[in-house]
Design a protein around this ligand. Structure first.
Ligand code: ZN
Length: 460
């Protein structure tokens, strides 16, 4: 009898190991996206070079009459130094100008590597407005002026800073950053970086070292985003208004509302320029007038669809939970590889649009007086026949591979006892399993990081 039980136990363990170690479709798809980050310096035209995969974001070097102009400066001065030396194999002309497409640290964090050359370049950024904050890097400044810091913890989870190699594939639109050199250990004073020149209108043409650049207001991920258009060569640097993923209409690290309507309108402006070369802030370039037109048009259509459909549903009185069922990207758009949800997710965008216009109240009056989590958990436990029954249900849900339900039931049990070691472990294990099925790297990294932090809490 004992032998039979032993054999049964071993086969269950073997079966479980096989099931859980199988590579999911989501994992396979996200690994496939790593091809976007293979390091390469593209020579786009005679004087335009574009580096992909050296940094978290992409960096361009344009040769002017007597010097060079850099567009975007990566995230880490240490990694940027490697790329700067690569660029210096192409030319040793001094840096005359730097243009930063928007105030996210992965686009300006490495600027010191170029400034250290000492040629005193003009540095351009767009001055945007977000609440009381006006200028460059306003998203970060808005948090700072409120005294808010927790978004950094969430950002670190989303970026997978603590994740071991075995479960960190990439960041959806960016390679895994080298842990030693991220923006999380910026050089002293670097967070206070400010451009020397600001552009604040709709469009401004500047000339640096004999090269014409149109700086065009293009809010999307941030309110200080611009695109840079080289009219003579039909090259468009779009910052993070386009990259090969469904856009991050809402970032789960948390930020102020991202203006989804402005986002697709910005892309429509880009389409109207009729670019031949589309050089995004992340992922590989798109080349060819028709191809660029097709991709940008579909990208804009996808964002517009999500926006319009969400507003349509809101006007019917739907709540965010109902809206995520109501708004589904049509198959002809959802199936496009550059609209796969590697980085942003449609349903998160839908919730954000609702919240951006109507705030937290979903419209259901029941939610104006919600029970506190502990009170709800107590009632739930009584309803199912006691806390032990609730626990048994949570454990069974995990065994049945109903991992989301296992995690949700774990939350009830943790509301009853926040130090319940078995349930903390169960929740962590459920999150690990859910993460394997998520193609959206931000959410996947967040889940894995959170699960590791839960395990650390109980000393495992
Ligand atoms: Zn970026």
């Amino acid at each position: 009898m004992k032998t039979r039980i032993l054999i049964l136990t071993i086969s269950v363990i073997l079966f479980a190991t096989t099931v859980y170690s199988q590579k999911t479709e989501a994992t396979r798809l996200l690994e496939e996206q790593n091809k976007q980050f293979i390091p390469e310096i593209f020579q786009i035209t005679e004087n335009v070079h574009f580096a992909v995969g050296y940094e978290v974001s992409n960096i361009a070097m344009i040769e002017g009459e007597t010097g060079i102009i850099i567009i975007d400066a990566g995230m880490s001065p240490v990694r940027m130094e490697t790329l700067r030396l690569k660029f210096r194999e192409i030319t040793d002309k001094p840096i005359k100008g730097i243009i930063i497409t928007h105030g996210h640290g992965d686009h300006f964090g490495g600027v010191q590597a170029f400034l250290d050359e000492g040629s005193n370049p003009q540095v351009w950024g767009r001055s945007g407005a977000l609440g009381n904050n006006v200028g460059f890097n306003i998203e970060e400044n808005a948090g700072k002026s409120a005294g808010l810091t927790y978004q950094n913890n969430r950002g670190a989870r989303q970026a997978g800073v603590i994740l071991p190699d075995s479960i960190h594939i990439n960041n959806g639109i960016a390679p895994r950053p080298n842990k030693q050199n991220t923006m999380f250990n910026r050089k002293k004073g670097q967070a206070e970086f400010e451009p020397t020149h600001f552009f604040s209108g709709e469009r401004k043409q500047i000339n640096i070292d004999g090269i014409k650049f149109d700086l065009v207001a293009a809010s999307g991920e941030t309110y200080d985003n611009m695109y840079v258009w080289m009219p003579d060569q039909k090259i468009l640097f779009c910052g993070d208004t386009f990259y090969k993923s469904f856009p991050n209409l809402y970032t789960i690290r948390g930020s102020q509302y991202r203006d989804v309507k402005s986002w697709y309108e910005s892309i429509d402006k880009m389409v109207a320029e009729e670019p031949v070369y589309l050089l995004p802030g992340h992922t590989r370039p798109v080349i060819g007038k028709e191809k660029v037109n097709e991709i940008l048009s579909n990208y804009s259509a996808a964002i517009k669809f999500v926006f319009d459909k969400t507003i349509e549903g809101m006007n019917k009185g739907l709540t965010p939970d109902q809206l995520v069922e109501y708004v589904k990207l049509p198959e002809h758009l959802a199936s496009l590889p550059y609209l796969t949800e590697y980085y942003g997710r449609v349903d998160w965008g839908v919730r954000s649009i609702f919240n951006g216009y109507l705030g937290w109240f979903d419209g259901n009056p029941v939610n104006l007086n919600k029970l506190a989590p502990k009170s709800e958990a107590e009632k739930m436990a009584i309803m199912v026949g006691g806390k032990d029954k609730l626990r048994a249900n949570a454990l069974k849900a995990f065994k049945d591979e109903d991992f989301q339900w296992a995690a949700q039931l774990s939350d009830y049990l943790l509301a009853l006892n926040i130090n319940d070691k078995e349930i903390i472990n169960l929740k962590a294990d459920a999150l690990f399993e859910i993460a394997k099925t998520m193609v959206t790297a931000t959410g996947r990294n967040y889940m894995n990081s959170y699960a590791i932090q839960l395990k650390e809490k109980v000393g495992e």
